[in-house]
Design a protein around this ligand. Structure first.
Ligand SMILES: Cc1cc2nc3c(=O)[nH]c(=O)nc-3n(C[C@H](O)[C@H](O)[C@H](O)COP(=O)(O)O)c2cc1C
Length: 186
C-alpha cells in the first residue's frame, strides 16, 4: 500500500493557494474534464450527491456573474457556480435522510476543494468565493428555487506564480486526545 503513495500528491495539497489573477489563456477541454472528474469524486453524506454545478465559460456571462460577485478579483476564463441541490436533501418516505439538508453545504465545499486541488495539480488556479449576490446569480443562471448557489469558483491559468498563504502553527490548532486550552489559543 505504501508504495502507491505519490509524494507529488502531498505537494499539490501543501502548495495549493488561492489564485485571484488569471491569464487570458482559455482552459483546455482535457483539463476541464479532469477537474470535473475530481470534483465528482468528493465524499458526500449518504452518497446523496446533493449538488449541482454550473460551468460559466462564455465571456459575456462570466462578466455578468463577476458583476454580482465582489469576491471575484480578476477575469477568469471559467467560473464554476457550486450549488446545493435541495431536491436530493428531502426526506423520502422510509428513508432516514433528514440530516442531508444540514450536511449538503459541507458536501459542496468538499467538492469545491477537490476542484481546487485538481486545478492546482493541472497548473491552473482558483479561489472559493463566498462574496457574491446569491439571489441575483440564481436568477441570472435560471436556477430553480431548489438549486441554491453557495460558492462561485473562478478558475484559470495563474497570471503570476502563486505563493502559498501563511498558516497557524500546528501546535496552536492540533490537540491530542483532548482539549488543551493552554496551547490551543484563538
Ligand atoms: C467559504 C470560503 C469563502 C471564501 N470567500 C472568498 C471571497 O469572497 N473572496 C476571496 O478573495 N477569497 C475568498 N476565500 C478564500 C480565502 O480568502 C482563502 O482561502 C484564505 O485567505 C486562505 O488562503 P489560501 O486559500 O491561499 O490558502 C474564501 C474561502 C472560503 C473557504
Amino acid at each position: 500500500m505504501l508504495q502507491r503513495i505519490q509524494p507529488e500528491t502531498l505537494d499539490v495539497i501543501r502548495t495549493r493557494t488561492s489564485v485571484r489573477d488569471y491569464a487570458t489563456t482559455p482552459i483546455d477541454d482535457t483539463l476541464f474534464e479532469q477537474m470535473i472528474t475530481s470534483l465528482l469524486a468528493a465524499p458526500t453524506a449518504s452518497n446523496a450527491q446533493a449538488w449541482q454545478f454550473v460551468a460559466v465559460r462564455n465571456p459575456g456571462r462570466v462578466e455578468i456573474v463577476r458583476a454580482f460577485s465582489p469576491g471575484i478579483i480578476g477575469i477568469p476564463p471559467l467560473i464554476m457556480v457550486a450549488c446545493i441541490d435541495h431536491r436530493r436533501t428531502k426526506r423520502a418516505p422510509g428513508e432516514a435522510s433528514e440530516k442531508l439538508a444540514d450536511t449538503a453545504k459541507l458536501c459542496v465545499a468538499m467538492a469545491v476543494e477537490n476542484l481546487l486541488l485538481a486545478a492546482h495539480a493541472l497548473g491552473l488556479g482558483g479561489c472559493p468565493v463566498g462574496s457574491f449576490r446569491g439571489p441575483v446569480v440564481q436568477k441570472l443562471l435560471n436556477l430553480p428555487a431548489e438549486i441554491e448557489p453557495v460558492l462561485v469558483v473562478p478558475i484559470g491559468h495563474p497570471a503570476q506564480t502563486p505563493v502559498p498563504s501563511k498558516r497557524r502553527e500546528s501546535s496552536e490548532v492540533i490537540n491530542f486526545e483532548d482539549w488543551r486550552p493552554d496551547t490551543a489559543t484563538a
